[in-house]
Design a protein around this ligand. Structure first.
Ligand code: G3I
Length: 388
C-alpha cells in the first residue's frame, strides 16, 4: 500500500517502504491511532532511568561494544556544542556521504578526498575509530558513470576505485562497508540480487571482486557486507533475510574475505513486526557463519507517531530499547552506529519529513544537542548487554 503522503520516487527507492499506514494524534494523553503498534508504544509509565554519568561510548566500551555515529565535517565546523557532544558520546566516526562515489568522484579522473581526509584526521586526533561507507552501492553512481563505464572497462574502473580509496586509509580504517544493499528478492532474479550497473557489466561476481580488491588494498580492515530492511517479521524483510544469508554463505564458500554483516536498522516505529525470536535466530545464523555483526545506521522513523514531542520521544525511546535489547543479546554484535547523533543533522528531515511539518526526532540528541529519552534507551541497552 503506498504511503499517505507523496514520497518522492527517490525516497521510495531509498526506503523501499511499504505499508506506512495511519496517522497518530494524542487527545487527553491518550494516543488515538489506527495503527495498533503506535498505541502499544505509548506507555507513560515506562521507566527510562539511567544509572551514573557515563557517556554512550563508555557504557558500550565497558561491554566490549563500539558506539559511534555518522557525521559530516560541516556539522562540526559550524557547531562547537555539537563537536563536544560528539566527542563525549562517540568512539567511532563514519562519514555519512564523504566516502561515496558521488562525493569522492566529481569527474572520472578526479578524486576529492578533502572531507573524508578531514574526518579521518579528526578521528585520529581524538582517538576515535574510523569506518568507511561505502565502496559499492547501486544507489551511489556519479552522473558521468554511464558515459564512461562499459562492459569492457567496468572491472578496471571498480578495482581502481576500491584500491585508490581503501589504500589511502589502509591500516587506519576499522571497517569498510565494501558492498551496500546488493540483494532484492523482488528483482525477479533467482539469485535475488539487486539490479545494479555493476551486476549488468560484471555479473554476480562483482561482489566477490569488490571484497578481494579491498582486502588486497587494506588487509587490516574488517570487511562488511551492509544490508537494509532485514529487521522486522514482515514478508519483505523475511525474504531479504533469507537472501542475505544465502549471499553470505555463497561468498564464504568461495573463500571471499568477508568478516561481518552490517544491519542498517532504520527502524519503523509504526511497524509492529519486531519479532525478538526471529531476529535472534537470524543473528545467530549469521554469527554461526563466523561473521561479526555491526548495527550500522540505527535511527527511528517517527513519521507516523503523534505530533506531541514528549509522547513521540517516549515511543522512539521504546523502539530503540526494545530493538537493542534483542540485538545486543547476540555477542557477535560488536558495534552500534546511529545514522547521526542529533536531530539537527538527520537525513530524515529531507527524505522522511512528517506530513504535519513538525521537525523529525529520530536520534539520541535533540536539535540543541540535549539528551532525549532515546539517549537513555541506548544507554540502558548498553548497560544491560552482556560483556563481549
Ligand atoms: O553534496 C551535494 C551538494 O553539493 C548539492 O548542492 C546538494 C543538493 O543536491 O546535494 C548534495 O549531495 C547530497 C548528499 O546527501 C550530501 O548532503 C545528495 O543530493 C543526497 O542524495 C545525499 O543523501 C544521502 C543518501 O544516503 C544518498 O547518498 C543522505 O544524506 C544519507 O543519509 C543517506 O544514507 C543512506 C546510506 O548511505 C545507505 N543506507 C541508507 C541511508 C539512508 O538513505
Amino acid at each position: 500500500m503506498l504511503p499517505k503522503f507523496p514520497l518522492s520516487r527517490r525516497q521510495i527507492l531509498f526506503l523501499g517502504l511499504s505499508g506506512l499506514a495511519g496517522s497518530a494524534a494524542v487527545t487527553a494523553g491518550k494516543v488515538v491511532n489506527t495503527n495498533s503498534q503506535v498505541q502499544a508504544l505509548y506507555n507513560p509509565q515506562r521507566d527510562f532511568k539511567v544509572v551514573g554519568q557515563n557517556s554512550l561510548k563508555q557504557r558500550a566500551a565497558s561491554k566490549g561494544i563500539i558506539y559511534g555515529a555518522a557525521v559530516e565535517p560541516e556539522f562540526f565546523q559550524s557547531n562547537t556544542p555539537f563537536r563536544a557532544s560528539f566527542l563525549k558520546d562517540c568512539g567511532m566516526i563514519v562519514p555519512e556521504n564523504s566516502l561515496k562515489w558521488t562525493q569522492l568522484r566529481p569527474a572520472p579522473e578526479r578524486y576529492d578526498f578533502a572531507k573524508a581526509d578531514w574526518l579521518a584526521a579528526f578521528a585520529r586526533a581524538h582517538g576515535m575509530l574510523y569506518r568507511g561507507h561505502t565502496l559499492v552501492w547501486h544507489n551511489d553512481i556519479p552522473v558521468w558513470f554511464k558515459e564512461v563505464v562499459n562492459r569492457q572497462n567496468a572491472e578496471k574502473v571498480l578495482v581502481d576505485h576500491i584500491t585508490t580509496v581503501s589504500k589511502r586509509y589502509a591500516g587506519k580504517m576499522h571497517s569498510w562497508d565494501v558492498v551496500n544493499e546488493a540483494i532484492d528478492p523482488e528483482s525477479g532474479r533467482s539469485d535475488a540480487l539487486q539490479t545494479s550497473p555493476w551486476l549488468d557489466f560484471l555479473g554476480p561476481d562483482y561482489i566477490e571482486l569488490a571484497f578481494r580488491a579491498t582486502a588486497a588494498a587494506d588487509p587490516k580492515a574488517m570487511l562488511v557486507y551492509n544490508e537494509t530492511w532485514i529487521e522486522y517479521d514482515i514478508p519483505k524483510h523475511e525474504a531479504r533475510r533469507k537472501a542475505t544469508l544465502k549471499l553470505l554463505e555463497n561468498l564464504l564458500k568461495k573463500g571471499t574475505p568477508i568478516h561481518a554483516l552490517g544491519i542498517q536498522s532504520h527502524l519503523m516505529a509504526h511497524e509492529k513486526g519486531l519479532n525478538p525470536k526471529k531476529l535472534r535466530a537470524f543473528l545467530s545464523n549469521v554469527a554461526s557463519l563466523g561473521l561479526k555483526i555491526l548495527i550500522t545506521e540505527l535511527d527511528v522513523i517517527d513519521q507516523q507517531l503523534p505530533a506531541d514531542s514528549a509522547v513521540r520521544d517516549r515511543m522512539v525511546a521504546s523502539v530503540y530499547e526494545d530493538y537493542l535489547s534483542v540485538v545486543l543479546d547476540e555477542k557477535a554484535v560488536i558495534a552500534v552506529l546511529t545514522w547521526g547523533l542529533s536531530d539537527r543533522y538527520t537525513w530524515h528531515a529531507s527524505f522522511l519529513p512528517r506530513s504535519d511539518g513538525k521537525p523529525v526526532r529520530p536520534l539520541p540528541l535533540d536539535f540543541n544537542f540535549q539528551r532525549k529519552l532515546a539517549w537513555n534507551a541506548i544507554a540502558r541497552a548498553f548497560d544491560q548487554a552482556r560483556k563481549r
